[in-house]
Write a protein that binds this ligand. Structure first.
Ligand code: GLP
Length: 242
């Protein structure tokens, strides 16, 4: 059976996820953590900032990585995932730049940038926790259907479904980049723990593929389902048995 927790909406997911992160950092203050973007994790990030405000959480030694980034967008572009993480996580939590490693979408040599990023993860001793969202087509980070389960960080071509899902950030779909850099499924599978957060509309097919629990290259989320320390927090509204 999957380590799946159906929770009562985004609020409960945010609370449970924040508890998960706080517990890890209490045990290992310098934990290396990969962070997702998108609407799903925003509640988690808000909750961590609230806990920090109440003196119940701090992460001055933790190390943070982004999961993915659009090709061509630099950190000073507000649509970049790096900018999103500074806005929603690093600035609110007073994280210092020395704690942060970001994939740079505007790096002149994307392949070299991916190698640099894999080295940074290795230097951190690997990821203690990968926090993931779920794309409507089953992608995790930007590992689209068909992704090699053994891949590390690399440049990828985004599917139309994924670009469509990002249109609100860019105003119109035509402006959504066609390419991105992403951590690979191997890196995610090698993380010592994985926290998968599932909420939002349009995810019924991806949830159904996950519940079939059968390894399937067409549904990248199935690559992590056999992980020994996987936790799934999902919105009860998406439970097909409900
Ligand atoms: C993007 C990101 C994924 C994220 C997904 C879902 O494609 N690259 O990491 O999981 O969006 O986004 P949302 O949480 O907004 O549904």
């Amino acid at each position: 059976p999957l380590p799946l927790n159906w929770l009562e909406g985004p609020g409960e997911i945010a609370n449970a996820a924040a508890q998960h992160v706080a517990t890890l950092i209490a045990r290992k203050p310098d934990a290396a953590i990969a962070l997702p973007t998108g609407s799903t994790p925003v509640g988690l990030y808000r909750r961590l900032a609230e806990l920090q405000g109440k003196g119940r959480f701090s992460c001055p030694q933790a190390r943070f990585f982004n999961l993915d980034e659009f090709i061509g967008l630099s950190l000073d572009d507000p649509r970049s995932y790096g900018a999103f993480l500074w806005q929603h996580v690093f600035r609110p939590l007073s994280v210092s730049p020395s704690q942060v490693q970001l994939l740079r979408g505007a790096a002149p040599d994307p392949a070299a940038e991916c190698r640099r990023f894999d080295q940074a993860i290795a230097q951190a001793g690997g990821l203690d926790l990968a926090i993931l969202g779920l794309g409507s087509n089953g992608h995790i980070a930007f590992n689209e259907p068909g992704s090699d389960w053994n891949a590390g960080t690399r440049e990828v071509v985004l599917t139309e479904a994924t670009r469509h899902g990002q249109r609100s950030v860019f105003g119109r779909e035509a402006d959504v980049p066609h390419r991105a850099l992403t951590m690979g499924l191997r890196t995610l599978r090698e993380a010592r723990a994985i926290l998968l957060l599932i909420a939002g509309s349009g995810k019924a097919a991806a949830v159904a593929a996950m519940l079939r629990s059968r390894p399937d290259k067409n549904w990248p989320v199935t690559a992590i389902l056999d992980h020994p320390k996987l936790t799934i927090l999902a919105d009860r509204a998406l439970d097909p048995a409900r």
